[in-house]
Design a protein around this ligand. Sequence first.
Ligand SMILES: [Zn+2]
Length: 352
Amino acid sequence: MTWQAAVERGEAPWPAWIDAEAVGRLRKAIREGHLSHAYLLAGPSGVGKAALGLEFAKAMCCTDPDPDDPSAACGVCRACRIVIRGVHPDVEVFSIESEARLAEKPGRNSSLGIDTIRRLRSSVSLMPLESSRRIMIIEDAETLPEPAQQALLKVLEEPPPSVNFILLADEPESLLETVRSRCNEIPVRPISTVRIQCLLEDTGVQATLAAEIATLSNGLPAWALAAAKDAKMLQARRDEREAARDWLLASPYDRVVSAYKLGGQYAKRRADTVRRIQSVISVLREEMIRLASPSPSTVSVVQFDDAVTPQHVARALAASLRCLDDLERNVRPRLALEAMVLAWPNLQSQPI
Ligand SMILES: [Zn+2]
């Protein structure tokens, strides 16, 4: 009984670092034998959607799950091992990365296309080889252009009985409503920075670095795990944080100039702009925490002037959150960004 071996080794059948509610809903579906034909795992990049999709596929393919809990895959049978290695013949992953590999243009693509759906279509018509079903994981689904989404919709509307689809999307709003409504949508949410710090320490990351990465992670555990192994990725986030700090501490005039520039580029660099605002928000959140409970162990990337009160920071935070909201509601980007910086109180820092 391989599932017993996994239990004896103390291994959790599903990663404990992924949003417990999302995990719970998928496990319940397997346990009760009520699998939807299509799932949409929706949550920000770095939250662990790809790992969750693979775990779900593993649990569906495992040949020796716990008899008392069929959602607990054994982790050691052939099916479990080859799903996780990405080589199970009945589990196919379509992603920007895999498409670029097929096109022999690594790193060139930034979205999926109609070719992806053509490949998906011919793949779903194959019979399962080793499992009782075929599982199609479509990462980066929100990058599919509309005609490709229409083609995907046709596949979802006439599902071969033994195929399950798992769509992953950072921004589910970018999917056609008709595609979304065909899927069982499972939100995958960020987790607390304390849990991320513990997770990193458990994997051997030194405590101070783990605390820093957890702070920079915005609650995204898969990002944190990757950043702990990738110095470039970590440095890029540190630089973003530094830029957010400089923006907040700039003169009112310079703040508006930056907002105007970002607003102008918004159509082309949407994700970039949103990330810059999110960096500002997380800097402000940390500052709120620091002001609320000053302690020597609080890591702070920005220390505002003593005259800055929690009310000032709260106002800046509210204005920044409103800006994200406005951008989502298609308010003109320059207007939204300028309104945000004009609402920031004067946050002059002490000279460093
Ligand atoms: Zn197994």
